[in-house]
Design a protein around this ligand. Structure first.
Ligand code: ZN
Ligand code: ZN
Length: 379
């Protein structure tokens, strides 16, 4: 919890952001992305849907949280030392007042999160409060996300705990699964068990996909009953202190057929080869290729329908991307949290995906997930 930390980890993050702002000639930034807001302040307030729990204004010498009456007390408890301004009427109007008072010329905003409506409202409110043309708004991308890609010790500890809960859940599931249970029943049991073991919630809605449904990488659990001898893909992750775990295992109740086992073995070989090769300095593209080439060599390249992995942290998908579409410039760095998740999907039959969560170290990676990778579970 943020309460347990001195303000220092947030001070350090804010200082690194200020250096990035300076490099882009920005005096300040308006932070509206809820995870970025939490990362920089410790404020965990979060609305579902279109978030309206508040925004940070970060200038060269102050961090101000603008929030409404619902969150004032929470902010005071979670973020001692943070300047909290209560929203008065429209958010844009309160923000413009704070921005005008701070004497900012160039204000960055998060292009991937601010709506066109908010930008227009801010423009109008700034013209009114600070004077026409006085403050210019500058769209930024990825400023805070790129800081978040490398985790500090507290963040890694939270991810480790989220992974441990996820591993425990898988061990439990291996005894719980039986033919006749529906995918939805299994997904519900995953949620119940993870919460019982101390998760704040789910990193994402668990995927339980059996038989032909496992051919869809992002299947939604259905009323289909799981059966003996078919692939069952379970993709799940606990959330702990806001941080995500992400793990997939594919199992088969009873004996898998030889073809199914061959697919499983190819996916596992791809994952093992990739995990052995990953190291700091490697590009996201090369990291993707490390798994993809093995599946191509096994004849399954066309059926590997997604990227090899992704970063994770406060969000389930973050930088870096382990993808053939990743830029060459983005390299793996020590402290990044990533997934390695090759998969093969066969329409009409099903699919196999095996996913680990890992931390990039000084000379390789440290895989956090410890759940077994046996395909057939005797029944
Ligand atoms: Zn996953
Ligand atoms: Zn994943």
């Amino acid at each position: 919890m943020s309460v347990a930390h001195p303000v220092t980890i947030y001070t350090d993050r804010v200082e690194r952001l200020r250096a990035a702002l300076h490099a882009q000639n920005l005096d300040a930034i308006l932070v509206t992305n809820p995870e970025n807001r939490r990362y920089l302040s410790g404020f965990t307030g979060h609305d579902s849907g279109a978030d309206s729990a508040g925004a940070l204004v970060i200038t060269g010498d102050a961090v101000t949280l603008i929030t409404d009456g619902r969150y004032i007390e929470q902010a005071a408890t979670e973020c001692p030392g943070l300047r909290v301004v209560k929203r008065d009427g429209q958010f844009a109007s309160t923000a413009a007042t704070a921005i005008a008072e701070a004497g900012i010329d160039r204000l960055g905003f998060e292009a991937t999160h601010v709506t066109v409506a908010l930008r227009d409202d801010l423009d109008a409110a700034l013209a009114e409060k600070a004077g026409q043309g006085r403050v210019s708004l500058a769209a930024t991308r990825n400023l805070i996300e790129s800081l978040r890609a490398v985790k500090d010790g507290d963040e890694i500890a939270a991810i480790e705990r989220a992974v441990a809960i996820t591993d425990e859940t898988f061990t439990y599931l291996c005894g719980y699964l039986r033919p006749g249970l529906t995918e939805r029943e299994v997904a519900h049991e995953i949620e119940r068990y993870m919460r019982e073991k101390g998760a704040d919630g789910m990193a994402f809605a668990p995927i339980v996909a059996s038989g032909p449904n496992a051919a869809l990488p992002h299947a939604v659990p259905t009323e289909r009953a799981i059966q003996l001898g078919e692939p069952i893909t379970i993709d799940m992750g606990a959330r702990y202190n806001g941080y995500c775990a992400d793990m997939t295992r594919t199992v088969c109740l009873g004996e898998p057929g030889p073809e199914a086992q061959a697919i499983y073995d190819a996916v596992l070989r791809a994952q093992e080869a990739c995990e052995a090769e990953l190291a700091p300095g490697m590009s996201g593209k090369a990291a993707d290729a490390a798994a993809r080439e093995v599946l191509e060599a096994s004849g399954y390249g066309e059926q590997f329908l997604h990227s090899t992995g992704h970063g994770l942290g406060l969000e389930i998908h973050e930088d870096p991307r382990l993808s053939k579409h990743a830029t060459e410039e983005q390299k793996l760095e020590p402290g990044m949290a990533i997934t390695i998740e090759p998969g093969v999907y066969v329409a009409g039959w099903g699919g196999v995906r095996i996913e680990d969560t890992a931390i990039v170290t000084a000379d390789g990676i440290r895989v956090l997930t410890t759940s077994h990778k046996r395909f057939g579970l005797p029944r």
